[in-house]
Ligand binder design. Sequence first.
Ligand SMILES: [Zn+2]
Length: 448
Amino acid sequence: MNAYLLQHAWVDGRVRDAVLVEIEDGRFTRVAPDAPAAGAAGAAGATRVAGLSLPGFANTHSHAFHRALRGRTQADRGTFWTWREQMYAVAGRLEPDSYYELARAVYGEMLAAGYTAVGEFHYLHHQPDGVPYADPNAMGEALLEAAREVGIRITLLDTLYLSSGFGAATQGVQRRFDDGTPQAWQDRVDALRVPADGSAGDGDGVRIGVAAHSVRAVPGGALKTFAPYVEAGAPVHIHLSEQVKENEDCLAAYGLTPTGLLAEHGVLGPTTSAVHATHLTDDDIRLLGEAHAFASFCPTTERDLGDGIGPSRRLKDAGAVLTLGSDSHAVIDAFEEMRALEMDERLATQERGHWSAAELLRAASSDGHRSLGFADAGELAVGRRADLVTVDPGSARTAGTGGDEHSVVFAAGAPDITQVMVDGRVVFEGDHRSVGHTLHETIGAIWA
Ligand SMILES: [Zn+2]
């Protein structure tokens, strides 16, 4: 058993002082605020943790390899579609070994930013000519191994990708994504095994989930492949209405919006995550709300790509559950994603106060974890996975801000994180410079 005395911690929706936590087998067995005042047994021998400790955050939408593009796609004006060509150039270069190295560096950056779990939306499956590797899951296994190595939990969302767009055959690097048929994809996913030793702490840090890339890449008839997963309550993720053009093409092809098409094929449910959900009709919002689906917003990527501002508050009010992802990793900073949800609403409506700091923390922690199949994480509570993200309330950014939830959500940045624990194991102790060094070496090798 390990005991920690947290100077301040976010417990039951508010900041508490002197919180004594005890941890066994990677889970909290005791969470006791005001420990010294109450003369709590065990407080004297506990390891002191200065600062404000928060639950672990879940990064609900990641493509690890996009991190290699950060800062390299800004020189010329471009569109989402020209950015995609640059992304394909990176995708064409990676092999299982280099993908492992890159993912390890990127997951290290995520941990240092307070993410204790990642949903990896994985579609880079095959060799550059489209032929499967000798081990057809070599790329997915590289991602699982990278997560295990750094100690972040992972839900590998293995992605079906069959078409270049509404029926057109995949071409060029897209052949790396394409399994040919839903059955071939299914067979490969069925062969994907969770490593016996798991990824972190108690050895239960890996989940296998599934994803449909988008209604562009998965024809209407193939979408029904996902209905049994929704019925079984497994995580099912899909890019949805990120671009106006996707909506127009979908209406032309099927006479339905992308959301309408998902509803038609039984893909909407309480374990479905609609990623982006940017350009929605009133009916789309109603369908996602009635299904109590997750909406995985990725505000820093959506603004980088010029996607638009999705209706986050209207989705929540309709019954959907908001989560947050860093997607293309133009930014990896959970605090920045949280406040961006509120700031974007302010810009769109010219009013303040749509999302409270407490709601944003919940979206980033417990709701995010639930969407990745880790319903037992994201809260400082007895029985939950022992994740802790500790923030320095005295940095140049946070000093003088009050040291409460508004301080972390509206003022803090990833560099203010001093310690991260995942499943009871301390995996980051504040050395942000070393995280940068690893990224520099790894990404440099890819572009060399
Ligand atoms: Zn994405």
